[in-house]
Design a protein around this ligand. Structure first.
Ligand code: DP6
Length: 350
């Protein structure tokens, strides 16, 4: 029995539930994991506001377990088999889960090909739907325990998804810098340790290259098992946590940008040093990075970037009185490197 084992007394019935969950963008990256979705190092992310997955889950109580999924109205067989496997793997925590048929309809508020992590918002939304059903079938949990279990279940679907269950800055993975942090679920970063400048931040995602990523995160994480630099990287992520803790408290934006950019480039450097190697940045990615560095040097204005495991660039800048000049620069100088002027505008506000 663990804290998350499910109640073996339950009463099922056919139900329809709907939930929504945002995506998130990591500042200190999760890249590398151990068996059972245990992260090799702690990570911290901002939960986005506009980029969300909306999911409706219909449960039909019957003898045969099956899953059917629709993404934006179109049946997705590949996603259904992923969900089927996932549901089978979490029966210990939701003992009723294999006792029916599921029809899952899901849609993202951001373009499918944008490279914005739909697995984070997607598994976050599914975990929330499952816990809504669990509440009906097995009785309710107190709010904190329910959230923790949602995060725990989301993690088993996709690691980064566990951070999407909370607003603001969210930590996943045990670190001595954050009391209560865990490898099993995410926790909110302590509110009293966050300077105001970080509470209102823009994240504009430049869509440099739309389309499928050339490395899945499953493959990417597994490449860290044989990467000779992996151990040093995991250690560095821990060190970066202590640095970030001071930065978040003091509001030192210069140090924040230095650390966040270093994290992004390290993620890509790790991929380039893997065997086989992957280069996910495109020439547009590099052009944007260089332009940002020039702009910051010339104007001193607070514009920075981070990257996911893909070519797109997340532009990070505080939502304050300087933001108009930064937005003007983005439109004039950076949009040219996107495909079809693609930009997804999000904001973190908490
Ligand atoms: C680069 O959470 O997608 O976005 O656990 O295999 O589903 P799985 O991986 P996933 O990996 C995300 C990697 C990252 C960094 C991060 O979000 O921390």
């Amino acid at each position: 029995m663990t804290e998350f084992s499910g109640n073996t007394y339950f009463k099922i019935s056919s139900q329809k539930v709907a939930q929504s969950c945002p995506s998130n963008i990591a500042l200190i990256k999760y890249w590398g994991k151990y068996a059972g979705q245990i992260p090799a190092n702690p990570s911290i992310s901002y939960t986005l506001s506009n980029c969300k997955t909306n999911t409706e889950l219909e449960f039909i109580a019957e003898d045969k377990f099956s899953v059917q999924t629709f993404l934006a109205g179109k049946e997705e067989v590949k996603f259904a088999s992923k969900i089927e496997k996932y549901f089978k793997s979490i029966e210990e925590y939701l003992p009723w889960i294999l006792k029916g048929k599921y029809i899952i309809r899901t849609e993202n508020t951001f373009p499918h090909s944008s490279g914005i992590a739909s697995s984070a918002s997607g598994f976050g939304a599914v975990a929330k739907c499952l816990m809504a059903l669990d509440e009906i079938f097995s009785g309710s949990l107190d709010c904190d325990t329910k959230l923790r279990k949602e995060s725990f279940l989301a993690r088993l679907g996709s690691g980064s998804a566990c951070r999407s269950l909370y607003d603001g800055l969210v930590v996943w993975g045990e670190t001595r810098e954050v009391a209560g942090s865990s490898d099993l679920y995410a926790v909110p970063y302590p509110d009293s340790d966050i300077h105001d400048v970080f509470r209102n931040f823009n994240d504009w995602v430049l869509l440099i290259h739309e389309g499928e990523k050339s490395v899945s995160s499953t493959v990417g994480h597994s490449l860290m098992n044989t990467n000779p630099y992996a151990e040093r990287r995991f250690q560095e992520a821990h060190e970066n946590f202590s640095t970030l803790k001071r930065i978040l408290k003091t509001g030192d934006l210069t140090a924040f940008f230095q650390l966040v950019e270093h994290e992004a480039l390290t993620l890509h450097a790790m991929m380039m040093m893997s065997e086989p190697a992957f280069i996910l940045m495109k020439s547009g990615t590099l052009n944007v990075i260089n332009k940002i560095w020039e702009f910051r040097k010339e104007t001193g204005l607070p514009l920075s970037f981070t990257l996911d495991a893909g070519a797109n660039v997340h532009l990070l800048f505080p939502a304050n009185k300087q933001e108009d000049r930064i937005k003007e620069f983005i439109v004039k100088e950076l949009l040219q490197f996107t495909q079809n002027n693609g930009v997804v505008k999000d904001v973190m506000n908490f």
